[in-house]
Design a protein around this ligand. Structure first.
Ligand code: GDP
Ligand code: MN
Length: 391
C-alpha cells in the first residue's frame, strides 16, 4: 500500500525526520491559507498523487505570491496528472501539499528497502538525488553507498554516520542527515513499511538538511495491526477495478491481453495464464475468486472482467475441492443471466460433482463452450478469441 507525500512527511516527522514546513490543501482557498500558516515569501505547491516524476510533468510549482499559490492549486486540483510513472491514463489530483520553498544547495538520494534476498532492511544512498534510483544505478553505479541493517540490533548510529560522511556532508549536516536516516529506519520498522525513500534529501543554503520529497510504501499483510496507517489509503489513486475487486473479496490484477480469466485459487490462476500463453493467447487479467465462490461472487467476477473493454473471450476454470461443481455451474448460469456476456465463454470444471456441473451448463441453453482439461480449455478460448477477431 502506498500513501501520499504529505502523509509520509507527517508520519516521518514524528520519528524525528526533518521535513519542510507545510500542509495539505483540498482547495485553492485552503492552499492560500497554508501560506499564512507557513510564513515566508516563497512556497511550493505539489500535486499529491501516488507517483514520482511530478516535477517534470508540471506537478511541482514554485510560487512567489499568494496569487501564484492560488493559481497553482487551481491548475492542479481536479486535474489528471500524467507522469513517466503513471502510464498514459495518469492519476487524479484531489489534494496539494503547500510548503515553504527551500533554497537548495545539494540534492541527495537516500532509500530504505526490504531486500528479500538478504532478508534485511538495506539503506541505499547516492550523492546525486533528484533522479530515479534505477537511473542512478545505470549511470553511476560505483557511487552507490549501501548499509545492511542487522535485524537483531537494528540500525546503528555509526552506519548512519558512515552514510552521511560518504555523501560528503559536513559536521553540522551529518547530525541532521543521521536524524533523517535513523528516523526513517525506526518508522520503517515500527510501521511495517516496505520502502521509505528521500528523493531528494536536500542541503539548503544555511546548511540544514531536509527530506524534500518522501515516498513510503507498506506491507498490505500488516495493515490489520496498523490502523493509523491503513486509514491513509486513498482509493482514488488505485486502479478502480482492483479496488472494486478487493471490496468483493476477489483478487484481481489487470493485465495487457484480451482473454479474461475467472479462476479459483492463485496457483490454478497462474497455471491457467501460462496455458493461455502457451496456446498463443494473452490473459487480460489475473483473477482468483477464492474457495467458496457463491453465485454473487461469480457475477461480480464477470462484471469485473467485462469492465475491461479489451476482453474478447473469457475462460472460467474452476477446480472444486471445498466447493462443488454443480454449485459453481449454477453460479455461472445465474451470473450470465444477470450480467450480459457479449464475448465467447469457455468453462472448464473439475472436481466434486463435475458431471452434475456439466449437465447444468448444458441444460441452461446458454452458449457456453466446455472443456474437460486445462489445455483443451486454453486452446478453445484462444480459438474462440481468434475466430471473433477474424469476424
Ligand atoms: P518529483 O518530481 O515527483 O520527484 O517531486 P520532488 O518533490 O522531488 O520535486 C522535484 C524537483 O523540484 C526537486 O528535485 C527540486 O529540484 C524541485 N523542488 C521541489 N521543491 C523545491 C523547493 O522548495 N525549492 C527548490 N529550489 N526546488 C524545489
Ligand atoms: Mn522526487
Amino acid at each position: 500500500m502506498d500513501i501520499h507525500e504529505y502523509q509520509a512527511k507527517e508520519l516521518l516527522s514524528g520519528f524525528g525526520v526533518p521535513v519542510p514546513k507545510g500542509g495539505v490543501a483540498y482547495s485553492a482557498e485552503q492552499a492560500v491559507y497554508r501560506t499564512t500558516e507557513i510564513g515566508g515569501s516563497r512556497w511550493v505547491v505539489k500535486a499529491q498523487i501516488h507517483s514520482g516524476a511530478r516535477g517534470k510533468a508540471g506537478g511541482v510549482r514554485l510560487c512567489a505570491t499568494d496569487a501564484d499559490v492560488r493559481q497553482a492549486a487551481k491548475d492542479l486540483l481536479g486535474k489528471v496528472l500524467v507522469t513517466r510513472q503513471t502510464g498514459p491514463e495518469g492519476l487524479p489530483v484531489h489534494r496539494v501539499l503547500v510548503e515553504q520553498a527551500l533554497p537548495i544547495e545539494r540534492e541527495l538520494y537516500v532509500g530504505l528497502v526490504l531486500d528479500r534476498k538478504h532478508e534485511r532492511i538495506v539503506v541505499v544512498a547516492h550523492p546525486h538525488g533528484g533522479m530515479e534510483i534505477e537511473e542512478i544505478a545505470q549511470r553511476e553505479p560505483a557511487a552507490i553507498l549501501r548499509e545492511v541493517v542487522e535485524p537483531a540490533v537494528g540500525m546503528r548510529s555509526f552506519q548512519a554516520r558512515e552514510l552521511a560522511f560518504g555523501l560528503g556532508l559536513g559536521t553540522q549536516q551529518v547530525n541532521e542527515a543521521m536524524a533523517a536516516v535513523l528516523g526513517a529506519y525506526r518508522a520503517f520498522r515500527d510501521l511495517d513499511a516496505t520502502m521509505v525513500e528521500f528523493n531528494p534529501l536536500v542541503v539548503v543554503e544555511d546548511g540544514h538538511v531536509f527530506a524534500l520529497d518522501v515516498k513510503m510504501s507498506f506491507d498490505d499483510n500488516a495493515m490489520f495491526r496498523r490502523p493509523n496507517v491503513a486509514e491513509l489509503r486513498d482509493y482514488a489513486q488505485e486502479d478502480p477495478r482492483e479496488a472494486d475487486a478487493a471490496e468483493h473479496g476477489l483478487n484481481y490484477v489487470a493485465l495487457d491481453g484480451d482473454i479474461g480469466c475467472i479462476i479459483n485459487g492463485a496457483g490454478l490462476a497462474m497455471a491457467t495464464m501460462d496455458m493461455i500463453q502457451h496456446s498463443g493467447g494473452e490473459p487480460a487479467n489475473f483473477l482468483d475468486i477464492g474457495g467458496g465462490a457463491s453465485p454473487d461472487r461469480v457475477a461480480a467476477a464477470f462484471r469485473l472482467v467485462l469492465s475491461d473493454r479489451n476482453v474478447k473471450a473469457i475462460l472460467v476454470n474452476v477446480f472444486a475441492g471445498i466447493n462443488r461443481c454443480d454449485w459453481v455451474a449454477e453460479g455461472v448460469v445465474q451470473a450470465i443471466r444477470e450480467v450480459r456476456v457479449p464475448v465467447p465463454l469457455v468453462v472448464r470444471l473439475a472436481g466434486t460433482n463435475v458431471d452434475e456441473g456439466r449437465r447444468i451448463l448444458q441444460q441452461s441453453g446458454l452458449p457456453i463452450l466446455t472443456a474437460a482439461t486445462l489445455s483443451e480449455a486454453a486452446e478453445r478460448v484462444v480459438a474462440a478469441r481468434n475466430a471473433g477477431a477474424a469476424a
